[in-house]
Design a protein around this ligand. Structure first.
Ligand code: PLP
Length: 415
């Protein structure tokens, strides 16, 4: 607890005094690196980037070709505040094809999905209000909310059958609408970070029925965190079809990003797309989001956005980047299959896992499990009630060792 005397010695405002400085995942990674350099055989399943089987960052060569082809004067110029119109149109087409939802969309450029989530939070929640998400969630949601004077509330993610706990979602959403008069629900699917879970068609239908129903009585924003979507099972998801999200008055938001889909983590290229059936409301949303762009980062990486526009629009470049990504998806799928095979044999408990960068394995004592695993040279991230395992950085050949370490880690935790 900070004393008033200590406060008065700092130049920081009160709220900024006790911010945690280092991300726990990066600290774990630092220890893994240190031990590996000292000669230990380390298996590091903590980091959230897709690595090839030799431990190098996986990239898409076509992206670099597109980056090289951008004229220097265009790359160096400021981008429009809301983002280049061709870029935004290409993002909307990427999400909705030529379908009717595209006609009902507005969009602004953001630095990755993080920027998109920021704009969702500051424009669809009043200060002091809480966003709603699953009980397992990507921890920066909490930072984004705290940093903007908002909060996070969660609903129990899984029911007894390991499916999304829709009853818990409904209770939480109704309560929020009653208390706050509005709600912002963020769902990260498919390939949820950290659990790997993807809502299936039935779950989506139920979520959409619920949100559409609640939206009749209160403003409601349903935000799909789309960070890993291109690594999920292919096929348009129910929320992206015309017969889904726009039945009611809810606004559908999509946090779109190239970080994982084009393996461009550092490019900071993304967008927030908002779909609403009413023209006037769409205009208001577009204005509000553009205002937020001006009031935060002003404009985004022009070079990156111009290159991505070509990758999404030029048929040859698009086909090549799709094929390159498909190879990465297959690499990941081999790891996922190996994990499912070995984990089932070892009796590990974890959510339905059909693809994606991560999975979580449930444990009664995550710290104990992770620490026993570290003794064995295997690094995972402890969460509340589970450990997160990054298959994106674990070659299929290492999966048996990973699963055996998880088994021993669970045993140490009495699981
Ligand atoms: N959402 C989730 C669940 C993520 O895991 C990430 C990145 O790790 C993001 C959003 C945003 O990433 P970026 O801002 O790089 O697009």
């Amino acid at each position: 607890m900070t004393t008033p005397a200590a406060d008065s010695r700092s130049t920081l405002i009160h709220a900024a005094l006790d911010r945690p400085g280092d991300d726990p995942i990066f600290s774990l990674n630092a220890e893994a690196l240190r031990r590996s350099r000292a000669g230990e055989e380390i298996l590091n399943a903590t980091l959230g980037a897709l690595m090839d089987d030799e431990g190098r960052l996986a990239i898409l060569p076509s992206v670099f070709e597109a980056l090289r082809a951008v004229p220097p004067e265009a790359a160096a110029a400021y981008a429009p505040i809301a983002g280049p119109p061709r870029f935004l149109a290409a993002v909307v087409r990427d999400l909705f094809g030529e379908g009717p939802l595209g006609q009902a969309s507005v969009a602004v450029a953001t630095p990755g999905g993080t920027g998109a989530l920021h704009h969702a939070i500051v424009n669809f929640l009043e200060p002091g209000q809480a966003l709603l998400t699953t009980s397992y969630y990507w921890s920066p949601y909490q930072i984004l909310a705290a940093h903007t004077g908002r909060r996070v509330e969660t609903f129990r993610m899984f029911d007894g059958e390991g499916r999304i706990d829709l009853a818990a979602l409904e209770r939480a959403l109704r309560r929020q609408v009653q208390v706050q008069g509005r709600a912002l629900l963020i769902l990260n699917t498919p390939c949820h970070n950290p659990t790997g879970y993807a809502l299936d068609a039935r779950e989506w239908r139920e979520v959409l029925d619920l949100t559409n129903e609640i939206a009749r009585s209160a403003p409601l924003a349903l935000a799909v965190d789309h960070a890993y979507a291109k690594f999920g099972r292919s096929g348009i998801e129910p929320w992206a079809r015309a017969d889904g999200a726009l039945d009611g008055d809810a606004v559908l938001l999509v946090a779109w990003t190239v970080s994982k889909s084009f393996a461009q983590y550092g490019a900071r290229v993304g967008a927030l797309v908002a779909c609403h059936r009413d023209d006037a409301e769409r205009r208001r949303i577009q204005n509000a989001l553009s205002f937020s762009c001006r009031g935060t980062w002003s404009n985004c990486n022009h070079h990156g956005m111009l290159a991505i526009t070509e990758l999404l629009s030029d048929p040859d470049l698009r086909a090549r980047s799709d094929a390159e990504r498909e190879r990465l998806r297959q690499l990941l799928d081999q790891r996922v299959s190996a994990f499912n095979r070995h984990a089932a044999r070892a009796g590990l408990r974890y959510p339905r896992y059909e693809g994606g960068f991560f999975v979580t394995v449930f444990t009664p004592d995550a710290e104990r499990t992770a620490s026993r695993m570290r003794e064995l040279g295997v690094f995972v991230v402890p969460l509340s009630g589970a450990v997160r395992v990054a298959l994106c950085s674990t070659p299929a050949r290492d999966v048996p060792r990973l699963v055996e370490a998880l088994r021993q880690g669970l045993e140490a935790a009495g699981g």
